[in-house]
Design a protein. Structure first.
Length: 878
């Protein structure tokens, strides 16, 4: 029975209310379900995009590895054993796997451009705070013209791409791949920041356009499609060239158990892989030979072979022979490894024979199984690429056989081939080495892997010292022998005269004067200069020590091959040490900055024995004061005077044949700055300690920042945390190039590029009590010609004359206005400005932190030698 207040007239409004409520609930439920479906859809799309990007990166890495291995194999290298000279191996001017090279270039270029556009779109339409969107931290804001490789054009023809990448060369493809890795990481990092709840708008202000799935749809747009298309294109090309390495599904399934790889299994994998690569190269050479024979058979001339045809066939057969020998070596190595594995576990031998019988019975399946190429391509551990190079054989036997019977054209061709082989060795020296003796290999393998071969740190250091002494002794003996031979050739007075010469050669170095005035090359008549501090490389990520490099025959041979280069660095470093010792003896408050710089540079010119571009000063003396961190040297008429409370950074460089020593230190007179200097010096030593072959540059920066920020200093009653100056970095050094392309950050982040063997780096750190960021300030004094500048038309005759002066006296080394004054140039400021406006010369104005702050700097030059790391500029002072 209905309540009394209920009336029939109330049915209608209540029914309408219930109906509206039901419709609203249904609509809300439908809207929520639609939103959930959209979120699920875009979540899946994002996962696919990330997976495709990761798969594409791995596939490009595999493709580059395949290209490199194929090039290596085709030029007479193998992953296991060696048998014949490199000049007798197949060498062709054409590149291998050109189709795969083109596919890598097209796909990586398309993905790079798509990721770059998406990142730029995010920065423009979805800005975050200034710290996250600091443009100096993004690759996408770097102009296309600075990147090169044809990235600036929407469409690039195959001919243009060929020219821009030096024929799709492997170094160019690797650079493009590194750009893609950095750009992809940058895109996903920025996307994560954008979708992070911390950066979301307040709930009352959220609009449909600001929902995560709408943002993702707007930002990515065609990016997932581009990733998928590029992945498919590259996969097709890679599968085509890797078909013989695909894994066919057999009639039985192997259990997917994860177990530790044995050393024999790794060796077997290396041998089989090398065998496969050599068989590929062998098949390619046989096909070429078959084509030549078909041409000869199809000709209507006499069937007798002409001399030219005979030479062609003989040459083709010589190309085949080394791959046959290498294939046999690889096959024997594989058989040997299988026998070792079988002999270690007799029970497995029967199983192996039984499985082989089963394979023989089921070797012809009724249906060809589907071919899959999984995302697996493990890089063999302990992989060694060895050249079959026997220099005595190559220089003597081959010359006698070949050059006596070949025509002039043939000799020229053989000369070009030898030059090509040298170029290949130079390009691949990071992975190639001379074959070490078996005893030597066993020694360092025991040091690395044997549980019973572990030594204490003291024993290892003693062994390293012994090896270093032996190397020094060997170098000195060879040098003395060469000097004695030269003396013997120039003498005609008999053995008595020779003995007198030897006694003179055994005299020690001369003694430097005070003040220093004798050139370093005259102080060391043997031209063997003192080494810097030799350090062992840091352990690898898996904890392996790098002590094996000291005793490795391969590394010692590579190190000895570059001894002339290291010696030039050591001569320049010795001059730097003596100059800075001299500077510390007289620098004092009250001296003008011009007086300090000119006195220092005069001494440097004497000790380095300045000789045009062959030897001299590498860059102007920097003497930045207080909040000015770098690039200050006084111009003519500068009245600045050094004061007691100043903190002065002395940064100067010397060079021999373009091998630059870049080293800096900080001078103070007031002890209140001692703690600041200690922090920066400790950070520099930390960077030197962390640096090494295959070390990521960003890891060095992270270690430097951690050490520097652990210091606090008290100056005039106020406490400051020491901050690294984040936009000043260390750098790699090249011949006549102070900044060779790679930067060593001093803060966390930066590029993940790795240091490589044979490179030279300036490890420098800057500490500040200010903001830790510098900006251009004051009058410019440093200038340097652009290393990569091409031909630029110059209209002003005065500018043309000034450019000639720069080219003759400085080349691509830095210079300052005082040096132009010293050469007698006048009224050159307008011409210098014109060269700067044209991009021929780059200005480097002083870099300063906020006023009232104090900055300090310490810097050393290190050589990443094959055997060890040498801090070549290290001295008794720091």
């Amino acid at each position: 029975m209905l309540p009394s207040w209920w009336k029939e007239s109330s049915w209608l409004p209540w029914g309408l209310v219930l109906l509206v409520y039901a419709v609203f609930r249904v609509w809300a439920t439908w809207r929520t379900a639609k939103l959930q479906m959209s979120l699920q859809k875009y979540c899946t799309q994002l996962e696919e995009t990330v997976a495709n990007s990761r798969a594409f990166t791995n596939l490009v890495r595999k493709a580059l590895r395949l290209i490199q291995e194929t090039e290596v194999i085709s030029r007479g290298f193998t992953l296991v054993s060696a048998a014949c000279p490199l000049n007798k191996a197949g060498q062709h001017p054409s590149q291998h796997l050109i189709g795969l090279r083109k596919a890598v270039y097209r796909s990586v270029r398309a993905n790079f451009r798509a990721s770059r556009l998406a990142t730029l779109y995010m920065l423009k339409n979805y800005p975050l705070n200034s710290e996250s969107d600091n443009v100096t931290s993004y690759i996408c804001v770097v102009p296309f013209k600075d990147l090169g490789l044809g990235l600036s054009e929407e469409q690039v023809s195959e001919e243009e791409a060929h020219n821009l990448t030096d024929g799709f060369s492997l170094p160019a493809l690797k650079v493009l791949f590194q750009l893609w890795v950095g750009q992809s990481s940058e895109f996903f990092r920025r996307l994560v920041l954008l979708l992070s709840p911390a950066n979301a708008s307040p709930k009352p202000l959220i609009s449909p356009e600001r929902l995560p799935h709408h943002i993702l749809s707007d930002v990515t747009q065609g990016l997932p499609h581009t990733h998928a298309a590029c992945l498919e294109e590259l996969k097709r090309s890679y599968e085509f060239y890797r078909y013989f390495e695909t894994q066919h599904q057999s009639g039985f399934e192997r259990p997917t158990r994860t177990k530790q790889k044995s050393r024999e299994l790794n060796s077997l994998q290396t041998a089989v892989r090398s065998l496969q690569l050599h068989l590929k190269a062998l098949l390619n050479e046989v096909i070429i030979l078959e084509d030549e024979l078909e041409k000869l058979v199809s000709t209507k001339e006499t069937p007798e072979l002409t001399t030219e045809a005979h030479q062609v066939l003989e040459q083709k057969l010589k190309f085949i022979q080394p791959h046959m020998q290498a294939s046999n070596s690889c096959w024997e190595e594989a058989i040997s490894q299988v026998e070792k594995m079988g002999g270690r576990n007799p029970n497995k031998k029967g199983k192996l024979e039984a499985s082989c019988d089963n394979l023989q019975r089921t070797s012809v399946p009724l249906i060809q199984p589907t071919v899959y190429i999984e995302d697996r391509d493990p890089i063999p551990e302990e992989q060694e690429l060895e050249a079959y190079v026997d220099y005595s054989d190559m220089d003597n036997e081959y010359n006698r056989e070949a050059f006596d019977c070949f025509s002039q054209e043939e000799r020229e061709r053989q000369k070009r081939e030898r030059e090509e082989s040298k170029r290949v060795l130079q390009e691949l020296k990071s992975v190639l080495g001379f074959k070490a003796s078996e005893a030597e290999r066993q020694k360092w393998k025991q040091l690395l892997f044997s549980d019973h071969g572990q030594e204490t740190d003291k024993e290892v250091e003693g062994a390293l010292d012994d090896v270093a002494k032996q190397l020094d002794k060997q170098v000195l003996e060879e040098k003395d022998k060469d000097d004695d031979d030269e003396d013997g050739e120039g003498e005609g007075d008999g053995a008595a005269g020779k003995k007198k010469k030897k006694k003179k050669k055994k005299k020690g170095p001369k003694v430097q004067t005070d003040p220093p005035s004798i050139p370093i090359c005259d102080l060391f008549p043997s031209n063997i200069y003192p080494k810097g501090e030799e350090c062992q490389y840091p352990p690898t990520q898996d904890g392996r020590t790098a002590a094996w490099r000291i005793t490795s025959e391969e590394k010692k041979a590579l190190d000895q091959a570059s001894e002339e280069i290291w010696n030039d660095f050591r001569e320049a470093a010795e001059a730097h040490r003596q100059v800075r010792k001299y500077v510390m003896s007289w620098i004092k408050p009250g001296m003008t900055m011009i007086e300090i710089c000119e006195k220092l540079e005069d001494c440097s010119r004497k000790l380095i024995k300045e000789n045009g571009l062959n030897a001299g000063l590498a860059f102007p003396t920097g003497c930045s004061l207080n909040n000015c961190a770098a690039h200050y040297t006084p111009n003519a008429g500068d009245p600045t005077v050094l004061r007691y409370d100043d903190i002065c950074k002395i940064d100067f460089g010397t060079h021999i044949s373009g091998r630059i020593i870049d080293c800096a230190f900080t001078v103070t007179f007031n002890p209140k700055y001692d703690r600041l200097l200690e922090a920066v010096k400790d950070a520099t030593n930390t960077g030197i300690k962390c640096a090494g072959i295959d070390v990521r540059l960003c890891d060095v920066g992270e270690a430097i920042q951690e050490v520097m920020e652990s210091y606090e200093v008290e100056i005039d009653g106020k406490t400051y945390q020491v901050k690294p100056i984040r936009n000043l970095n260390g750098h790699s050094i090249g011949p006549y190039r102070i900044h060779a392309g790679k930067t060593v950050p001093i803060v966390k982040g930066g590029e993940a590029t790795r240091m490589e063997e044979g490179e030279v780096y300036a490890i420098e750190t800057f500490g500040s009590t200010g903001k830790g960021v510098v900006h251009d300030d004051m009058e410019c004094s440093h200038y340097m010609k652009n290393f990569d500048v091409g031909h630029v038309p110059i209209r002003l005759p005065r500018a043309k004359h000034l450019l000639n002066v720069i080219n003759e006296n400085f080349g691509t080394l830095a210079f300052c206005r005082r040096w132009l004054d010293r050469l007698g140039e006048s009224k050159y400021l307008m011409a210098l400005k014109n060269l700067c406006d044209l991009g021929i010369v780059d200005p480097y104005p002083p870099l300063c932190d906020i006023k009232g702050s104090y900055t300090a700097q310490f810097e050393h030059t290190i050589l990443l030698r094959p055997t060890c790391k040498e801090v070549v500029s290290r001295g008794d002072d720091y």
